[in-house]
Design a protein around this ligand. Structure first.
Ligand code: TRP
Ligand code: SF4
Length: 403
């Protein structure tokens, strides 16, 4: 598969943390559900990544994997549109991680901000391990094994995608310029015709000598649009334009999830560690009680005290779930003491329940058919392996291991 094509491939992973909540839904899953219709998508359970921090508590990981995948499916991630699998079912990730480790400077890994941050944050764990240092490189292998062009991640993961870009660039630089590369490039340029060849040389010079990104983009577009070049030729020229060899491992781009932070029951960011979540799979009566007991604007001591929605966590959830009409009703009612907090919460609770109903329904289906979940993951791993194997063949050959 060629990098010109695979830039449209999307890949993302999630560590198995167990059951998911509305924060995951609005932050990640709704995005995946949208992307699966627009791109070729790969979503996987990063169980090896879980081991880098939880190697002393392996007991919980397995159950978390199933719970998490059921929640993905319940949220609408569709195995007919996206490939879903478990990382450890595709050993090519580990092989690529090993091979990349040969050429990754130690300093690059030590400088990734999450390395020191997490060691500080998880002080009770001994994270001065080889595996934990390699966490972001394993993530690079996850991405590069599929030559993914787009990696949907939160802001905390952007540095890992950046590292992946550097690793890919170094790999291509070291292993992409085989002995016949220059000859093949000259032949490919000829095929474009005289006029295009001149432009190509001019734009390449502008980029390599003056760092003119616009010239690079224009040249890339011209190469991609050439009718009389094979995909392999295009790949060579795209590598040559950037002053390197053939692009064996294309550089991925982070796809930042634009969502504002999902507020939890207490108005802080929704997170399991704050105990303020609304899980996707929960008895509706429990969800109703959680919402009914939410804190409100402290100024509304009595029913007749007017409030300020901006100071109330209930309002933050109305903003996400309620219609314009309901929001207007809350705003007017709250500030004039025309409605009570009980009514206001009841309206929110009803709306959230309606939104969660189809998710719970799908979850029940999968809960009662564990074999179905298992076979989705087995088939996903097979499909993923097909692609990862192809990449590994190229990588092995480039590194002199093509026996
Ligand atoms: N490190 C990611 C996280 O903690 C999970 C992950 C592992 C991932 N491999 C990946 C995300 C590859 C995107 C691409 O959220
Ligand atoms: Fe919050 Fe609604 Fe009560 Fe206003 S009426 S304080 S928005 S719960």
């Amino acid at each position: 598969m060629n990098s010109v094509v695979t830039q449209q491939r999307v890949l993302s992973g999630m560590r198995p943390t167990g059951r998911l909540h509305l924060g995951h839904y609005h932050g990640v899953l709704s995005n995946w559900v949208r992307l699966q219709h627009e791109y070729e998508c790969f979503f996987f359970v990063a169980d090896w990544h879980a081991l880098t921090t939880h190697y002393e508590q392996v007991a919980g990981i397995q159950a978390s994997v199933w719970d998490m995948v059921i929640d993905w499916l319940a949220a609408g991630v569709n195995p007919g549109s996206a490939t879903l699998f478990i990382q450890s079912h595709v050993p090519e990730h580990a092989e690529l991680h090993l091979l990349l480790s040969m050429m990754t400077p130690l300093g690059w890994l030590e400088r990734v901000p999450s390395y020191k941050d997490q060691q500080e944050k998880l002080k009770e764990k001994d994270l001065s391990t080889y595996g934990f240092l390699g966490y972001p490189l394993l993530q690079s292998a996850d991405i590069l094994a599929y030559k993914a062009g787009l990696v949907p991640v939160g802001a905390d993961q952007v540095a890992h995608v950046e590292l992946t870009r550097e690793v890919a660039r170094r790999f291509n630089y070291l292993f992409g310029r085989g002995p016949d590369f220059d000859k093949a490039v000259i032949a490919a340029i000829k095929k474009m015709g005289k006029k295009s060849a001149e432009l190509y040389a001019q734009w390449k010079k502008q980029y390599l000598e003056q760092g003119d990104e616009q010239a690079l983009a224009t040249a890339q577009a011209m190469v991609s649009d050439q009718q009389n070049l094979t995909l392999v030729d295009k790949e060579r020229l795209l590598g040559d334009l950037e002053g390197g060899g053939k692009v064996i491992l294309p550089e991925p781009h982070p796809l930042l999830t634009a969502h504002a932070k999902m507020p939890g029951l207490d108005g802080q960011k929704m997170s399991k560690s704050y105990g303020n979540t609304i899980p996707l799979r929960e008895d509706p009566a429990v969800t109703e009680r959680h919402i009914r007991t939410m804190p409100t604007d402290p100024a509304r001591v009595k029913r007749t005290d007017p409030g300020t929605p901006g100071k109330c966590p209930v309002w933050s959830l109305h903003l996400i779930y309620s219609s314009e009409v309901s929001k207007e009703w809350v705003k007017t009612g709250c500030t004039s003491a025309g409605i009570g907090c009980i009514e206001c919460k009841k309206s929110l609770s009803d709306t959230v329940q309606v939104a969660l109903a189809p998710i719970r329904e799908r979850a029940r289906e999968y809960e009662s058919h564990p074999d179905l979940v298992r076979s989705i993951l087995v088939e996903g791993a097979e499909a993923a392996r097909e692609i990862a194997k192809e990449t590994l063949e190229e990588v092995r050959a480039a590194m002199g291991l093509g026996y």
